[in-house]
Design a protein around this ligand. Structure first.
Ligand code: ZN
Length: 230
């Protein structure tokens, strides 16, 4: 049903890490969904209602029509059997060929747990003889986006995607999260410039204006030789 499912611990994580890629998949005619594991609250200047409105606005800005928020606890997100089953049921329902999840190292504990939880849920989704809803399904590929809380690390990505054509849409989606990046924060503009600078850095490594990096634990197979010559 879906080609791509991006899963974030909190609303805004996937926009920051791969908003350009999401728009690029949509531009290519692919079906993309977003799953937020928590509603992201509490935060210093947000409320659950505002966060939901912001997430809806960001999805509309990107052009994503499939977005759901699970009821897992913010700041206390854990890779538990119960939570694996909840995520696996969504994977069985939406049947995405490719998963994008949090990179495995991060300063935010929720992001680290989200990574483990989603890797396990990918496996759980294919299980038979279970009372989980839906039919067994196994996403063919899994990639990892880098979060805003990645500090002290410069992981080597498996690939960098050119998002030059999608960068302004990505920034517009990020700006939907007013309670997170502007409300009560005099340095909002500086934060947006930081995001732009990071993506410009990754783009510079592949000779484009902007890029988004992605990691992989698994080998990435090329099904055609054309990508090696361009
Ligand atoms: Zn987050």
């Amino acid at each position: 049903m879906l080609d791509v499912l991006a899963i974030g611990a909190h609303p805004d994580d996937v926009e920051l890490g791969m908003g350009g890629a999401i728009r690029a998949f949509l531009d290519a005619g692919l079906k993309v969904g977003i799953l937020d594991l928590t509603n992201g609250e509490p935060t210093p200047f947000g409320s659950p209602e505002e966060r939901m409105q912001e997430a809806d606005a960001a999805a509309r800005t990107l052009g994503v029509t499939v977005r759901r928020t699970l009821d897992l606890p913010n700041r206390a997100l854990m890779d538990t059997v119960e939570n694996r089953r909840k995520v696996a049921e969504v994977i069985r329902e939406w049947r995405p060929q490719t998963l994008f999840i949090h990179y495995w190292e991060d300063a935010h504990p929720d992001h680290v747990q989200a990574c483990r939880l989603c890797e396990a849920a990918r496996f759980y989704a294919k299980l038979t003889k279970t009372d989980m809803k839906g039919e067994p399904f196994y996403p063919n590929r899994i990639f990892y986006f880098f979060s805003n809380h990645l500090r002290g690390l410069h992981p080597k990505p498996a690939f960098v995607l050119d998002v030059s054509a999608q960068m302004e849409t990505k920034m517009a989606a990020i700006r939907c999260y007013y309670t997170q990046f502007e409300k009560g924060r005099p340095d909002g503009a500086a934060f947006y410039e930081l995001i732009r600078a990071r993506n410009a850095y990754w783009g510079s490594l592949i000779g484009t204006a902007y890029g988004e990096p992605f990691a992989s634990r698994e080998e990435i197979g090329l099904l055609g030789i054309r990508e090696l010559v361009r």
